[in-house]
Design a protein. Structure first.
Length: 530
């Protein structure tokens, strides 16, 4: 597809502008949004932006005509300006939306089934409620809430305020709210958070006058060995502004990403990837980190339009990768964008082996099966780790070469999706992580009691450590290593440096120190490859 092809897309879209049904309006919206992200020239971009600005009025007229609006609530298209949808989000997402989208977010009681599961949370939120909950068979839960809140229309604000005032940890507050499983209705209207207008002002628009980059033109090895991308920190204020946008942009698509919901605004970096692509990278603060793996995420912007996200879990030089380019933009340089994001993470974190989780390629994921996600990664150089799958892939690749237009049957793709795909960069120890799962490590550690393991490991390493959760977590793993006390002193000191870095302001140093500890790496691989 080249610039002429892109410009030609506008003409059929203009015909859709007169349509009076939801399906046509959705197709118009998605086509315009694609052209906003991949404009061939300034004129097309301005026309697309003008038509997008009129979407809320078109939605309103469609609703007033009595048309069926349910199609706008489907996950593939939710978030269009002027529409609304109901979803169940976790506490921090709802709290942030209620703050950012004042007056547009409320509990959808029509979609909520009242049950006695409310008795426990209600006892923590309302004084005297035990007079009902402990002895009465039928509890008017909503009456208690309405009286306390001053009306059900204020119930979300009241519940969030009451939960936030509790003298418990942030995780306990989140657990309490999440136990309610409340459906929230978001009336998008003309909010800047809608997919129709959400985005950043790009430094400079990249116009696609030539052809879009095809997957066959992307060589992942070359990309990962290229010059580092230009990166700059945003500062805490800029980082928080990005995270607010990322939370809303994800929620508009029925999505939540741990790194955006609990992101550390001090960690946010912006990278210029080229061709109008900007990448916003972030980590999470200590209280929201995983016990062993380092967590990082990134949002992808194309000419200022949120186009997708990247989520990673890293240990030593290994990274588990989750990549999603939103439906609207999957015709647009997906492989090149993926390679650029992988290059950024390799640059920042020093990782050398990348693993694609089976879900990403089709395990219990029919969307990935339908899209042929396995072949997207395979044609970029990822390889299966199970010998029996190597044979299946070889047979399918022969068929692809012999039969133009051949597509692997869905049953074959499901068979190929039972194990991860791996890519090792040149110079990496190929195959070291093929059988690894952090779950194996965690399950092996269940043989130890945390406090007892911590005491044994502290003695073996010759240190005195307080009851820090991070040390307890690591101690349970180190307690599974035979001969830990006999390690050289340099290895013991480096192991403690790794643990302290896990408690530090960011997890980049944690990974870099891990990558220096060959002995610890070997033991983790042994425990995780059981």
């Amino acid at each position: 597809m080249n610039g002429t092809d892109l410009a030609a897309r506008l003409e059929p879209l203009m015909k859709l502008a007169a349509a009076r049904d939801a399906g046509s309006l959705i197709r118009l919206h998605e086509g315009l949004l694609f052209l906003r992200a991949f404009p061939p020239d300034r004129r097309t971009l301005r026309q697309a932006e003008t038509l997008l600005a009129g979407i809320p009025d078109r939605v309103r007229r469609l609703r007033e005509s009595g048309a069926d609006m349910s199609a706008f609530e489907e996950p593939e298209v939710s978030g269009i300006a002027g529409t609304a949808f109901t979803a169940i989000f976790h506490y921090e997402v709802v709290r942030r939306l209620a703050e950012l989208e004042t007056g547009r977010v409320a509990i959808d009681w029509d979609c909520y089934e009242l049950t006695d599961r409310l008795a426990g949370p209600w006892r923590r939120l309302f004084p005297l409620v035990e007079e009902d909950t402990m002895v009465e068979p039928h509890i008017p839960y909503l009456e208690w809430l309405s009286r306390a809140a001053g009306g059900l229309d204020r119930s979300l604000e009241f519940l969030l305020t009451r939960i936030e005032s509790l003298d418990v940890s942030a995780k306990e507050k989140a657990d309490l709210y999440d136990s309610l499983q409340l459906p929230v209705r978001w009336e998008l209207e003309s909010t800047p958070a809608s997919r129709t207008v959400a985005g950043l002002r790009p430094r400079r628009v990249f116009y696609h006058k030539g052809s879009l980059i095809r997957r066959s033109e992307v060589v992942l090895e070359q990309e990962l060995q290229a010059e580092p991308l230009e990166v700059e920190p945003l500062g805490e204020e800029g980082g928080q502004a990005f995270l607010n946008m990322a939370v809303a942009a994800s929620a508009a698509r029925y999505r939540e990403l741990h790194g955006f919901t609990y992101g550390d605004p001090r960690s946010v970096l912006r990278a210029q990837a080229g061709r109008g692509v900007e990448l916003y990278f972030c980590g999470v603060p200590a209280e929201w980190r995983l016990p062993l793996r380092a967590y990082h995420a990134a949002m992808i912007f194309k000419n200022g339009v949120p186009a997708g996200y990247f989520e990673t879990l890293s240990l030593f030089d290994r990274m588990e990768v989750g990549f999603n380019l939103y439906y609207t933009f999957r015709e647009g340089e997906t492989a090149w964008i993926f390679a650029r994001v992988l290059r950024l993470f390799s640059q920042l974190l020093g990782v050398a082996s990348f693993s694609i989780d089976p879900y990403q390629i089709g395990l219990e994921n029919e969307e990935a099966i339908a899209s042929g996600a396995f072949w997207f990664y395979r044609k970029l150089g990822f390889r299966p780790v199970l010998p029996e799958l190597v044979r299946v892939v070889a047979r399918e690749e022969c068929r692809l070469m012999r039969k133009p237009g051949y597509r692997s049957p869905a049953a074959t793709l499901r068979r190929l999706a039972v194990a991860p795909l791996v890519f090792d960069t040149p110079g990496a120890a190929e195959g070291d992580w093929d059988r690894f799962s952090v779950r194996h490590v965690a399950l092996a550690a269940q043989r130890s009691r945390p406090e007892e393991a911590a005491a044994r490991v502290a003695t073996a390493l010759g240190v005195k450590v307080g009851p820090h959760p991070e040390f307890l977590n690591f101690a349970m793993v180190l307690d599974q290593i035979p001969g830990l006390a006999d390690w050289p002193e340099a290895d013991k000191r480096l192991a403690m440096a790794v643990i302290r870095a896990k408690m530090g302001p960011g997890e980049t140093l944690y990974l870099r120190l891990m990558q220096k500890h060959a002995r610890l790496r070997s033991e983790f691989i042994r425990l995780g490859s059981g």
